[in-house]
Design a protein around this ligand. Structure first.
Ligand code: BES
Ligand code: MN
Ligand code: ZN
Length: 461
């Protein structure tokens, strides 16, 4: 589906955005019949409040949308998105009241109210159409919306239709749209090309495990995005209990996030060299599953003792990161639904991240509010390094005790990035547990918009 601004400004109705408490002042400049109608309606300008103002013939002539106050807006990600579904069947042009610095974010939120996942049942969202507010980069906002649609659709599609092969197909589709190049190493090829941990995790599934490698652009700084593509995570032989397995179609949320980000980078034609690496596997159960206490050899040469087959994400990412690191790009970013511990730490809304350097971290933090994409830095805490060292191998994939699970997972990944000066890792949730304005229940992008907004500063674009 495509989320776009309305093109014809003629026929669009004026929409006045009013803060809570600003209604009386606005009414003092309005004709008596408008003031009477608004007063009688009880419209107060709260978030989500809307009012259509009729003309003499009873048809709509204009509308009001509440903008709340600063404290109320701080509790929501997108404000006008709460109003848009109540303004359906009309096209609106924002005539007053929307602060310029909020316009791009609010316009994106509005567009996203049009998202519905209709692959299996029509869930077309009913919402108002919006003419792009003045002063915004409308193309950029539409690109951000398209990237988010891709991410959500990929996550929402169940594993039966979004296994490793289908995920590969989705990458080919994206690459075709933007003239990118794709190479795939699958099945036995993973062993031939020294990607043994991707093979070990994925070999028990019906679809062959694979590494999907997409490249685009030929000038500028070199950026590598690595996304966890575990299309379904049963936990492997350390099988997850039912309640924990229930949502695991979303365990390719990191892949979905980096593909959305890649789509935006390519559509915006950023001047950089992009590589996207997705280890795509299903962590499944069969006679050839990898086992607890197996010791895996990794691409980088480090050996890994398996102490829980459910800590599979770091294994597939490790081989992909080692491959990325061999060319020492300017920046490597990994995104993954990697640990339950990250959820316990920050809940579903916030994308925690780890960064090897402070300037990198500050760039993401500075970009997040404007991008409506909250992030929070967690530390690569060196004193915890011993926790990932088991004794009979170089690394332990599942430290005992479970303290600092998001940090120990991140430290594990960092062991595979030694040649690249700057590395950041995002441990995302990829799922909106309850619908909120602009955010349908289900798959959701996290981190990508903040990263995109920070890239010019980080890579000097
Ligand atoms: N995909 C899960 C992590 C996950 C679970 C993310 C729930 C979001 C919601 C990952 O593969 C996993 O199972 N991690 C284990 C690691 C542990 C066994 C060391 C975890 O976090 O419990
Ligand atoms: Mn797992
Ligand atoms: Zn997983």
């Amino acid at each position: 589906m495509t989320l776009r601004f309305a093109t014809a400004a003629e026929g669009a109705l004026d929409l006045h955005v009013l803060e809570q408490g600003a209604v009386d002042a606005w009414l003092s400049d309005q004709p008596d019949h408008v003031a009477a109608w608004v007063r009688a309606s009880g419209f107060e300008g709260g978030i989500g409040d809307t009012l259509v103002i009729p003309g003499p013939d009873g048809g709509p002539t204009a509308g009001l949308a509440g903008y709340g106050n600063a404290a109320a807006r701080a509790r929501v990600r997108f404000t006008l998105a709460a109003a848009a579904p109540r303004l359906q069947d009309q096209t609106w042009r924002i005539a007053s009241g929307l602060p310029g610095q909020d316009a791009e974010r609010e316009a994106l939120g509005w567009l996203l109210t049009g998202y519905g996942f209709s692959r299996y049942r029509d869930q077309t969202a009913k919402t108002g159409a919006l003419v792009a507010p003045e002063g915004i980069d409308a193309d950029r906002v539409e690109i951000l919306a398209a990237a988010e649609v891709l991410t959500r659709d990929l996550i929402n599609t169940p594993a039966a239709d979004m296994g490793p092969e289908a995920l590969e197909e989705a990458v080919w589709d994206l690459a075709r749209d933007h003239d990118a190049h794709v190479e795939v190493i699958a099945g036995q090829g993973l062993l031939d090309h020294n990607l043994p941990m991707i093979h070990a995790v994925g070999r028990a599934a019906k679809d062959d495990p694979r590494l999907i490698d997409m490249t685009w652009g030929d000038t500028g700084p070199h950026l590598v995005l690595v996304g966890k593509g575990v299309c379904f995570d049963t936990g492997g032989l350390n099988l997850k209990p039912g309640a924990s397995m229930g949502l695991m179609k979303k365990d390719m949320g990191g892949a979905a996030a980096v593909l959305g980000l890649a789509k935006a980078i390519m559509a915006l034609e950023l001047k950089l060299r992009l590589r996207v690496l997705i280890p795509a596997v299903e962590n499944s159960v069969a006679g050839n599953s990898f086992r607890p206490q197996d010791i895996l050899h990794s691409r980088k040469g480090l050996t890994v003792e398996i102490n829980n087959t459910d800590a599979e994400g770091r294994l597939v990412l490790a081989d992909a990161l080692a491959l990325a690191d061999e060319t020492a790009p300017d920046l490597i970013l990994s995104m993954a639904t990697l640990t339950g511990a990250a959820r316990v730490a920050v809940g579903p809304d916030i994308a925690p991240f780890f960064a090897t350097d402070d300037a990198l971290a500050r760039a993401f933090e500075a970009a997040a509010p404007g991008a409506a994409d909250p992030v929070w830095r967690l530390p690569f805490h060196d004193p915890y390094e011993p926790l990932i060292e088991p004794g009979i191998a170089d690394l332990d994939n599942a430290p005992k005790g479970g303290f600092a699970g998001a940090i120990t997972a991140a430290l594990f990944l960092r062991r595979f990035v030694t040649e690249t000066p700057r590395y950041a890792h995002f441990d995302i949730y990829g799922w909106q547990p309850q619908a909120a304005p602009g955010r349908t229940k289900g798959g959701i992008g996290q981190g990508a918009r903040s990263i995109l907004a920070a890239l010019p500063e980080i890579l000097d674009l």
